[in-house]
Design a binder for this molecule. Structure first.
Ligand code: 2AM
Length: 183
């Protein structure tokens, strides 16, 4: 099964991201992601067997137990890759608070011999793939997208997700959650 570790979004943040996404899809065509799938990936693990689950759960618990509750909010839109075939995302305010957690998570995964995508963390919420941000064909001009409402909230746990298809629809199913330290 395909697994990754990430952060679930507070309801208000998800809703504001959905509003932005609905507006962007009218301005810039692409394959937009359902709001249910919005999240922040912390570590992409890839294909794993059931036998890896206990060790992974232990890592989540260990990394979460000393982590204070995070406070994040939506920031500006951005993209990866080329403007005519872009991955469109929202950045987050407060992302600097994710790096200590990222460091602990990577160290724990490495120590346990668990492989993961080693690309540096770039906290983001993917809204769409294959997006065309060119205002006109063959022109250098890019469509400018307005900022989302700066909605935010508390993120109080780390989640192990199973990326799978349910009746042909892509779903990121939370299969384990580890709570952050209570204040
Ligand atoms: P994203 O975080 O940019 O949206 C499940 O595939 C999730 O893991 C997606 O949200 C995806 O991208 C993220 N992810 C991170 N690294 C990945 C990789 N190497 N392959 C596939 N998905 C990856």
């Amino acid at each position: 099964m395909r697994l990754f570790i990430g952060l679930e979004l507070p309801a208000q943040m998800r809703l504001a991201a959905q509003e932005a996404s609905l507006l962007y899809r009218r301005l810039a065509p692409g394959r937009y992601v359902e709001a249910e799938l919005f999240h922040i990936t912390m570590a992409f693990l890839g294909e794993r067997g059931e036998e890896d689950l206990p060790a992974l759960q232990e890592i989540l618990l260990r990394c979460a137990e000393k982590q204070p509750v995070l406070s994040l909010s939506l920031s500006h839109p951005g993209y990866f890759s080329k403007p005519e075939n872009a991955i469109l995302f929202l950045s987050v305010h407060g992302e600097e608070s994710l790096y200590p957690l990222d460091n602990r998570l990577r160290a724990a995964l490495r120590q346990a011999g668990q492989s993961f995508d080693i690309k540096p963390l770039r906290p983001h919420i993917t809204l769409a793939r294959k997006v065309n941000l060119r205002a006109r064909q063959a022109s250098a001009e890019e469509i400018s997208l307005p900022d989302p409402r700066p909605a935010g909230g508390a993120i109080a746990r780390l989640t192990l997700f199973h990326s799978t298809r349910v009746q042909e629809n892509l779903r990121y199913l939370p299969i384990f959650r580890a709570d952050f330290a209570r204040p």
